[in-house]
Design a protein around this ligand. Structure first.
Ligand code: HEM
Length: 469
């Protein structure tokens, strides 16, 4: 990573020396394996706007300065592309994904998807989320450790499959669940992510090679998704789910989405929607049980209601629950960067003359750890969200501007309902009460080990853990 602020002072990024070209591989591996150390070191040396270059990406400017982030998010979106900067996820989501589109096609696709994640349509999923949470957590045994990330992933994956795909329990549902989980597990170690970053490693060297394994699982998943699409095309009535909505949509020429376009958008929702939410939930459970005062305060708020019979909308408006979710997304954001914005033409930005093609990436992690905005940034303190309102350029776990996360409202709704349901039903204990540093999982950042917990008491049935002899 080069990050020569002193060189930016000559106001011309073109003149930056090419300091890290010979170390590209090493730099990339460090960014992959020790991203926090790398980011913090660079920020300490060069401040909150600096250049960085790694892997095969063009030079990018990383910003963690709220004024710069505001300038970027409020600038005319026609000046930037983002899709072409997200190619790293193309093997997962396909070329027609909203994440990879730019310009009018991107706007059209956002308009189509947006209503499904908001308002009445979203609230209709409240009961489903509660039901799935109860069903997954009923598999926990008193006194037996479980991995929070795995359980939360089971919940969020089922939520997506039922709400987005409109799948009912059955054989295909189970198959999709299994294959997708295996496919994402291909990238579950920090080092395995190198396959996504370096195209030259993306070679199918047989069923046992890492990329070969990934490709075969993706084919299996594609077949299952195409089977579902074909079956739905023969149905005369459309349901309330997102696949139904996409199938009934027509473009300006009156054309429906093709099977491949539908597949890519479904994969996008699966990929963007379930692991992010699951990891955020695992972090929330970690923090709630790591800081006892937080758990006490939260339980006080939740116990003031009969959660099982309270309208989901009321639960999602609880102030302390909201503060706990926000603080979780601040201190341990699942994505460290928002999408890059790539200049379509030369531009003056924050006093610097930037050339066409330059990428600007807001760094969520560094912005969320600025001591001038969040005093004692390493402390988990939900109260800060009760005492102050942060601007969308200071608190940006879901990015911003024209690419802001489409699933933001849905993810927060789901997080709050799942947490309220679990905490009002079970008394849990964190088994590894140690500080945790996020590690890479695919392109997101997860708690190492996935957070081990155990059930001490099932409150509803009043069963408690028996002391061991
Ligand atoms: C806690 C959970 C989540 C987090 C932290 C998160 C975070 C993000 C971030 C940082 C971006 C990039 C925004 C930007 O560059 O400005 C994004 C984009 C996106 N997210 Fe999420 N997300 C979450 C859940 C979801 C869910 C549940 C869905 C849908 C089911 C979803 C769908 C998307 C889509 C489609 C985009 C691309 C938007 C575009 O290109 O216009 N996300 N998300």
């Amino acid at each position: 990573m080069i990050s020569l602020k002193e060189n930016l002072s000559d106001q011309n990024v073109n003149k930056l020396p090419d300091g890290n070209r010979r170390n590209d591989w090493l730099q990339t591996i460090k960014v992959i394996l020790q991203p926090i150390e790398m980011l913090e070191e660079t920020q300490q040396r060069y401040g909150d706007i600096f250049t960085s270059r790694f892997a095969s990406f063009p030079t990018q400017i990383l910003i963690s300065n709220p004024q710069a982030i505001q300038a970027l998010f409020t600038a005319d979106s026609q000046l930037f592309d983002s899709g072409s900067g997200n190619q790293i996820v193309q093997p997962l989501v396909g070329a027609n994904s909203v994440i990879l589109l730019d310009g009018d096609r991107h706007l059209q696709q956002r308009k189509l998807l947006m209503p499904t994640f908001h308002g009445e349509r979203m609230r209709a999923y409240g009961e489903l989320i509660r039901e799935i949470t109860l069903q997954v957590t009923s598999q926990w045994s008193i006194g037996k450790p479980f991995i929070a990330r795995a359980s939360m992933q089971d919940i969020s994956l089922q939520v997506i499959l039922r709400a987005v795909f409109g799948l009912k329990s059955g054989e295909r549902y189970q198959q999709i669940k299994q294959v997708l989980t295996e496919m994402l597990d291909t990238f579950n170690t920090p080092l395995s992510v190198i396959f996504l970053f370096f195209k030259s490693l993306q070679r199918d060297l047989g069923a046992w090679s890492p990329w070969g394994k990934f490709i075969r699982r993706r084919q299996q998943l594609d077949e299952l998704i195409y089977q579902e699409i074909r079956e739905r095309r023969h149905q005369t009535e459309y349901g309330e789910d997102i696949l139904s909505l996409l199938m009934s949509a027509r473009d300006e020429q009156g054309q429906p989405m093709s099977d491949v376009e539908l597949r890519d958008e479904l994969m996008t929702m699966l990929f963007a929607g379930h692991e992010t939410t699951a990891i955020s939930l695992a972090w929330a459970l970690y923090w709630i049980h790591y800081v006892p005062e937080v758990r006490e305060k939260l339980l006080l708020e939740l116990n003031s209601l009969d959660i099982a019979h309270t309208d989901p909308a009321t639960i999602t408006q609880l102030p302390y629950l909201n503060a706990v979710c926000s603080e979780t997304l601040r201190i341990t954001p699942v994505t460290f960067f928002s999408f890059p914005r790539i200049l379509k033409a030369p531009m003056k930005f924050m006093g610097y003359d930037l050339p066409k093609g330059m990428m600007i990436s807001p760094c969520i992690y560094l912005t969320h750890h600025r001591p001038d905005i969040y005093p004692e940034p390493q402390r988990f303190q939900p109260e800060r969200f009760l005492e102050r309102q942060f601007s969308p350029y200071e608190f940006l776990p879901f990015g911003g501007g024209n690419r802001r996360c489409l699933g933001m409202a849905f993810a927060l709704f789901e997080m709050k309902l799942v947490l309220a349901t679990i905490l009002s039903q079970y008394s849990l204990e964190l088994l590894d009460k140690v500080p945790l540093k996020p590690v890479r999982r695919g392109i997101v950042f997860a708690p190492p080990g996935g957070v081990r917990l155990k059930v001490k008491q099932d409150i509803a049935s009043n069963r408690v853990e028996r002391p061991t002899a």
